[in-house]
Design a binder for this molecule. Sequence first.
Ligand code: ADP
Length: 678
Amino acid sequence: MSISKSVVQQLLDNCTGWRPQMYFKSSLTALSHAMEDLVLNDFDTPLVIASFQRERFYRQESHRYRRIAQKSSQVYVLAAPETDFSNSSGDYETIAFRPDDALAQEWHLVIVGQHYASCLICRERNVPATENKYVSAMDTNRRFEGIWTFDRSVTMKAGKIMLSRIAVYRPELADKIAQALDLYITDSSITQATVQIESPLANPDPFVQRLVTYLQASQYKLLKANKSLAVKQQKEQLLNSVTDAVRRSLNTKQILQVAVQKLGEGIEVCRCIIYRCHENDEVATIDREFTSPGIKSVKGQKWQLANNPLFEEAIATTETVRVDNTFEDERLTTVAWERGTGEFFQNLIQNYSISSCLLVPIFYQGKLLGVMELHHCASEPIAWKPDDVALVNAIATQVGVALIQAEAYADLEDLNEQLEALDRTRSNLVAIVGHELRTPLSTIQVCLESLASEPDMASELSQIMLDTALKDAERMRNLVQDFLTLSRLEGGGVEWNIETLSISECIDLAISNVKARKLEQSMPQIKNLTSPGDLPLIEIDGEWLVEVLAKLLDNACKFTQADGTIAIAVKADGGKSLEVTVSDTGRGIETGSLETVFDRFYQEEGALRRSAGGTGLGLAICRQVVKNWGGEIWAESPGKDQGSIFHFTIPLKASKHKSPPKNSLSAKYQKSIKRNKK
Ligand code: ADP
């Protein structure tokens, strides 16, 4: 059997003007004990009715009730059974009710004696889900509402209600209950009782009231402290989980995604974004984002950073920038319009419903790595709590550390790869150089040995032997010279002599240099398509420029038939640089080799079947020289036998479009031509 009606409700329905009050469980325990002590310490023989929510609560007090039962024959204890609690009549009456009975949610103690009457009639309050985690942490924080009073008439009404409940559960006690009603709760006794009885217990000492207030207040304080502790703990957990997650990865993209996701979820914000940027960036693209359900995505959007007052403030202060109300914040309403970014912010706030935002710069040792933003997207702005700001700052620091670690790891991997490549190159180089030097050396040795062992050799044959030996000796000399030049260039051992020069003049010099070297051979026609007046002067080391041009022309001559054509052209690229092209109508380069031709010792036909001569180092030298002045060099070819075009660029630093100074090409270039001719 179970009754769904609450005793508290029933009593309140019967007592007009009485309002329920809130009590913590700890207060109810103290009050119940105090009331039970009244019975134990007095000579009265009162009616006592106690109702416990569960058998286990009664068990803790059973010894008290055995003592109370020695004082009075009218003692009733109610509880929802858990083990062996049942209806029984012993020292006192026990009444078992079902766990689905309304009594299971309530806490009652009714004491009606001749000298005093007091009751505690409460029911447990349902705690909202949001508070539950704090409250359930402490059983003593459970809350009840109801009436605790020394008012005799109210107590009698409570006693009457309780006795009628007991009569329903234990009908066999009808006579005993009737006796209790007659003795303690008759209408006449109520009338009698309304007359003030001069007993200290009828009028509880104000001290008791103070005690209850104090108990309640300290309980509130405890609850508050508990709540803030729980919030702190929750934040610490969030920080730890973000730190743990971001430190687990060495991939920057993954770090940012994990951070944005964990922070967004943990802090329950509408939108959280992270973007990488540097102090001087004009715009940033949003590529990492968390949004709560129903919030519009900003992924892929471009964020304006130049003249952005929030970004500038974050950089200047290296601290988080708080905007509690985007609609009214001066930085976004006035300053941004003055700086020309007003429209950007207006669109942002309207399109993405941002009413409050936090901008958190991610710094590591003074270097900006990116920015984290939190958006609140509801019509009502919120004021960011200092605790939340501190938490977001701490997370930004952790993200910064994780990013630096990931970058350092990536750099280390790059460095390792470079070192491995360097090691491979070094081994290759030793093998190649050895091979390249041995080949001409063996030819020279064979020729000289033949000449020495056969003094009677025909003069024509001995001449051929001598010529071959000399040619290979020359090849060795060139190889050693090119190799040393390349080593100097790569090792930074070259002193650059920068002068203001005319490019056409350098081209003319390079052409005459090449022609001088190939005096006896028939060679393709070389056209200089530049006209000196059209091009700006350049600031460059002329000797090296002539060297690059000569090497490219030399190659073009080598790989083009005598009836072909070679052309040199120069075009100015928007005042920023000059682009020089050396094109020929020769044998061309396969598409797959356009890049490898710049490798050291690359020769299409292989070193052993070299028909055109050369060291295989010419283009590698050209690339080093061009790289040094900040230019680029590359090759193009429509395919085999369709000619090649070599391009290189010269940045114009302080070049002016004016006539070349007199004697701009000094005597040393003429000397260098002569030297090369030798
Ligand atoms: P080499 O001393 O062998 O000319 P380079 O480094 O100058 O060495 O050139 C490397 C290789 O690139 C050449 O052996 C040749 O196979 C290819 N090459 C260079 N220039 C041209 C060109 N104008 N036409 C076709 N192939 C070329």
